[in-house]
Ligand binder design. Structure first.
Ligand SMILES: [Zn+2]
Length: 189
């Protein structure tokens, strides 16, 4: 079920707020297309903190494992990242499908370079992917009366339970299966 209670504007505002609070910068100064690592100087610890803030705001669980690690777990070692830690053609094609046509994704790039491609916009896209999976009915009482007070956290209008979204790792696993069934990127690799 599409989630009409949480708007894209709200998602982007929360991403800005999380980045600002973690990195101690002004939310208005954040360019949604800048690299969070190179442009905003975020470390991997900062990413954990940013994700925690967003999970708390929206009541979701973000993906804990990287996209290409999921690919290798499902389709086999070496399918996405070769022995030199460089990404394969198939992995580059998959990343383009996932992130859209952003600059810098190419076969042969080092796997360690991928986090540098992450922008505030990509973080917002990730949130949206989870939030659009609002269940049809409340997992606790079966009512379909979702509501939100703050525009971020969705609760049941009948019993007050927080909406339970599928977690980020489950969704990315399903997405990889769908894409592979459709495009067969890794089948011949
Ligand atoms: Zn309920």
């Amino acid at each position: 079920m599409a989630n009409t209670l949480v708007t894209r504007d709200k998602i982007e505002a929360e991403v800005r707020a999380a980045l600002a609070a973690t990195l101690r910068i002004e939310p208005e100064t954040i360019d949604m297309d800048t690299s969070v690592v190179n442009g905003l100087q975020a470390t991997s610890i900062d990413f954990l903190d940013i994700n925690f803030r967003l999970e708390s705001a929206f009541g979701v669980q973000v993906q804990t494992q990287l996209l290409l690690d999921h690919v290798e777990e499902q389709l086999g070692d070496g399918k996405a990242i070769d022995a030199n830690n460089q990404i394969t053609e198939a992995a580059a094609s998959l990343l383009k499908l996932y992130f859209g046509e952003i600059e810098g994704i190419k076969a042969g790039m080092y796997a360690d370079e991928i986090p540098m491609l992450v922008t505030p916009k990509i973080i917002a896209d990730g949130m949206e992917r989870i939030l659009e999976h609002l269940p049809d009915t409340c997992q606790d009482c079966g009512a379909s009366e979702w509501k939100t007070e703050d525009g971020a956290k969705v609760v049941c209008g009948a019993c007050g339970a927080e909406a339970q979204y599928p977690d980020g790792d489950t969704l990315v696993t399903e997405w990889i299966q769908q894409v592979e069934a459709e495009h067969k990127l890794f089948a011949g690799a």
